[in-house]
Ligand binder design. Structure first.
Ligand SMILES: [Zn+2]
Length: 137
């Protein structure tokens, strides 16, 4: 799915357009590329360290939801998201770069321009690390 299709699907779920949701779309695209498919069941687990519009993008696009218990909130208030694929046992940690957006003076002031910039910048906004984690089955 390209970024535009992912974006439309996330907006449908979230209810409005915003820069936080755009971040969630980018994070989700990284995860789909690195770890595989959206979770039909509980094969993909998301551990999120904040509650924000970004998390709704993750729920909509990765199938990690409270209902399926594969969305875990471990609050640190940081824009950090860890994903674990139970089948491959691979995990990645996706964190928003400090200089990524809001502290960058070149960032557009208009909301829609911010959204466009986020969707266009994609992976450049984040640091992606392979990590080892263990979760109970
Ligand atoms: Zn929002």
């Amino acid at each position: 799915m390209d970024i535009k299709a992912l974006w439309e699907k996330a907006v449908e779920f979230h209810g409005h357009t915003c820069p936080g949701l755009a971040m969630g779309v980018v994070v989700s695209k990284i995860v789909l590329e690195e770890l595989g498919n959206r979770a039909k069941s509980r094969e993909l687990v998301a551990i999120v360290e904040n509650v924000s519009c970004t998390v709704d993008g993750i729920q909509a696009l990765l199938g990690c939801t409270f209902g399926k218990k594969n969305l875990i909130h471990k609050d640190s208030g940081k824009p950090v998201f860890t994903f674990y694929n139970r089948q491959t046992k691979r995990a990645i940690r996706v964190s928003r770069r400090q200089d990524a957006l809001y502290r960058n003076p070149e960032i557009p002031k208009e909301r829609q321009d911010q959204i466009d910039t986020i969707l266009k910048s994609g992976r450049d906004l984040f640091t992606v690390q392979e990590v080892t984690i263990s979760l109970p089955d």
